[in-house]
Design a protein around this ligand. Sequence first.
Ligand code: AHG
Ligand code: MN
Ligand code: MN
Ligand code: MN
Length: 333
Amino acid sequence: MDKKYTTLGEFIIQKQQDFDYSTGELSRLMNAIKLAAKRISNKVNKAGLVDVTGAYGSQNVQGEDQQKLDVLADEIFIQTLIDRDILCGIASEENDDYIAICDGNGSHNNKYVLLMDPLDGSSNIDVNVSVGTIFSIYRRVSAEGTPVTKEDFLQKGKLQVAAGYVIYGSSTMLVYTTGNGVNGFTLDPAIGTFYLSHPNMKITEGGAIYSINEGNYNQLEENVQKYIEYCRSDEDKKPYTARYIGSLVADVHRNILKGGIYMYPGTTKNPNGKLRLLYECNPLAFVIEQAGGKATDGKNNILDIEPTALHQRVPFYAGSKNMVDKLHEMLVL
Ligand code: AHG
Ligand code: MN
Ligand code: MN
Ligand code: MN
């Protein structure tokens, strides 16, 4: 069959041989994620017609007002993965604590844990703007056969086995890495199949887009303000173009395809910024690094940070290598 017709299902099977330890479990897990993505895509595409828009009426552990689709996407993802009997634990932005999962035999023999942001950019659901899902997969560190522990989830990003995101945009795409480059698949909604549309995605070394919520400008540290002024200045083929959707997945996806830097710094109100290390920053940093870019908290590589709490937040700067390097140079001044 012609290469352009490779489906995600076929691709997952082809790539299974990349892992010498492969037992097919990661392939089964990726297939379960594929199914969950299609189910959420179906709901997102009907927003406005069925009752999935608006507030759910409660707050999550982060103190955010949950949207109906936050809760629905969380339930769909968790149920789809539990039904496939492939994980020993799940942690989600929407839940206070992690969930330990028994396998079909009532035991705890599965070896992977998954962390996720089931619906990213939920403030954009009601206004028909792109939203996403982000996922991160680790091998457990506790003994197989025992219930998972917090340590299975609090692992450094560099230990991720696979990570990726789904973007529900003008089309639905699933983009992921297992540490051998990044590949993107576009959903043909008529037949419900993802096709390999963006093989071996690479972010350019330089870029001309900067993405930040500039409404926070007065709350940013002086060196970050200086970098924004640098982006706006006329010298050296600038000013850069400002693009900020307010859905992290969509902002990062655009910058991977076009070249750019995404920034969510600490503010005076929230010194660690807003984004969650385990559900948002680690998986996207893994994808960005695998595409040839960089991701830092302003000091350290995101993937080297030792997590201390499930819902930990960190400042996040990610994108084209030269742009992140320039920002770093200015942050240490
Ligand atoms: P989530 O919807 O999963 O809670 O994430 C929201 C995040 C992210 O998607 C986005 O980039 C950022 O919040 C936007 O925050 P601001 O509105 O503060 O710019
Ligand atoms: Mn949220
Ligand atoms: Mn998010
Ligand atoms: Mn979310």
